[in-house]
Design a protein. Structure first.
Length: 229
């Protein structure tokens, strides 16, 4: 017999995530490129992220080089790819320039901003990146180490220590891009202690702190399904 699904989140009633959704009107739009293996992953965080951010879209695939919808979006947005490649730049608290060096600055600066996230294991995200020539052409950015190593993703085993969930990585990046962390005069050396201290107080990510708090509750909710030992 089929399970009864929640009408809103389309998950089984017992695993409904609606209580963890908090609506956020994010100034910088988000596009999640999701590996097919993540679509039905109940421990994944993109379902919660995409239902919470007002400006968030999810596209599923592996090779996006000839993906018409993505290519149209890239042509009509200032896009950054959150991906820690060798060429990536560290996001800071200062206003970030989205414009790619190979695109006319004046024309591109008038277009809406777009942050692109790859959702998959490290191995699968790397494959997505390497297969998609259009993604390789984008300006790539990464989080400061103090944020990248401050993940609270307790419900999935990851290959790298303290790896972030897609939701955490997205919220931290948006907080930096939208100046939600404040104090633009801080340099990258000061960023670490400032962010860590603020996060302990749970008051520092502005628009995105409520969602990070809900994510912590989501973790505990998922852990409740594990058999006790």
């Amino acid at each position: 017999m089929s399970r009864i699904l929640c009408e809103k989140c389309q998950r089984p009633i017992i695993a409904c995530i609606c209580n963890f959704i908090c609506k956020i009107d994010n100034p910088t739009a988000v596009l999640v490129l999701q590996h097919p293996s993540e679509v039905k992953q109940t421990k994944g965080t993109v379902a919660l992220l995409s239902r919470s951010l007002n400006h968030c879209q999810v596209l599923v695939g592996e090779d996006f080089s000839e993906h018409d919808e993505l290519n149209i979006m890239l042509a009509n947005h200032q896009a950054l790819l959150l991906y820690p490649s060798a060429e990536s730049e560290v996001l800071s608290l200062t206003k970030y320039e989205f414009n790619s060096t190979n695109i006319n600055h004046d024309e591109k600066s008038k277009q809406p901003k777009l942050l692109i996230i790859l959702d998959g294991t490290w191995k699968k995200a790397f494959r997505m990146f390497m297969l998609s020539s259009n993604l390789q052409a984008l300006k790539q950015v990464r989080l400061p180490d103090t944020l990248a190593n401050n993940g609270q993703y307790l419900i999935r085993k990851v290959a790298k220590k303290n790896a972030l969930s897609s939701l955490e990585a997205c919220c931290f990046a948006l907080a930096l891009l939208d100046n939600e962390l404040g104090e633009n005069e801080l340099d990258d050396n000061q960023l670490g202690d400032k962010v860590l201290n603020n996060m302990k107080q749970s008051v520092d990510c502005g628009l995105y702190q409520d969602l990070l708090n809900k994510f912590a509750q989501f973790n505990q909710f998922q852990l409740s399904f594990r058999p006790s030992t």
